[in-house]
Design a protein around this ligand. Structure first.
Ligand code: ZN
Length: 219
């Protein structure tokens, strides 16, 4: 392999430095480098040139990867939070978004217990809440009457699902009986939704409720 021209070696050197030459070529180049200081210097320079940018590049990639990892982490955390929020919202909606149970005679009955106690008896499968006022003295048709306002609410959850849990044999009827007041303190019971705070802010005038109220019990 004598007489190989430096120019030919220099043409091959980039490939040699990259380590992509065949064993024969590698041998040939190394033989030449043993004898040629100039080409050896060239290799030294090439290696330096190659390695420094390579390291820089690597660190840029690392930085980018780290940044991307952080970004991915943020994305994951945000999506977990969002999922949680949506689940919580759905849960809250299903279990706590209550609406007024429409009154029917067979569903809600006013009964007397222990001879003098008025109670409201719920015959439906389940309800979410029951609200009743103490007797309010209102003028109805020119007469003063002691009136109780009453309403039940239900949620999406407590109609079908509780049906399975509260099968009739497990039902404790006492859970469906809500005590109101002594019979002698009450003249009438009306079914209507009310907002105590709103009424209080409107000068505590309960008579406005009568417009939409259904009379469900009276003396
Ligand atoms: Zn040479």
């Amino acid at each position: 392999m004598k007489g190989i021209n430096c120019n030919i070696i220099k043409d091959i050197l980039p490939l040699y430095v990259d380590g992509v030459v065949s064993d024969d070529t590698k041998e040939m180049v190394e033989e030449h480098l043993d004898r040629c200081e100039e080409c050896k210097k060239e290799v030294g320079l090439m290696k330096q040139e190659l390695y420094i940018p390579a390291e820089k590049e690597a660190s840029i990639i690392k930085k980018f990867k780290r940044k991307w990892r952080n970004k991915k982490l943020i994305i994951s955390v945000v999506s977990i939070l969002l999922t949680g929020l949506i689940l919580f919202g759905t849960f809250a909606f299903i279990f706590h978004y209550d609406r007024v149970v429409p009154y029917t005679e067979s569903l809600i009955k006013i009964e007397t217990q222990d001879d003098d106690m008025l109670v409201s008896h719920y015959y439906g499968v389940d309800y979410y809440s029951v609200s009743a006022t103490h007797p309010k003295t209102l003028k109805i048709d020119g007469k003063e009457k002691n009136v109780i306002f009453l309403y039940y609410t239900e949620t999406i959850a407590n109609s079908p699902s509780k049906k399975l849990i509260n099968r009739k044999e497990n039902r404790d009827e006492r859970d469906y009986i809500f005590p109101l007041d002594n019979k002698e303190n009450v003249d009438a019971i009306y079914y209507v939704q009310f907002d105590t705070r709103k009424i209080f802010n409107n000068g505590n005038d309960w008579s406005t409720l009568l417009e939409d109220a259904i009379l469900i019990w009276g003396k």
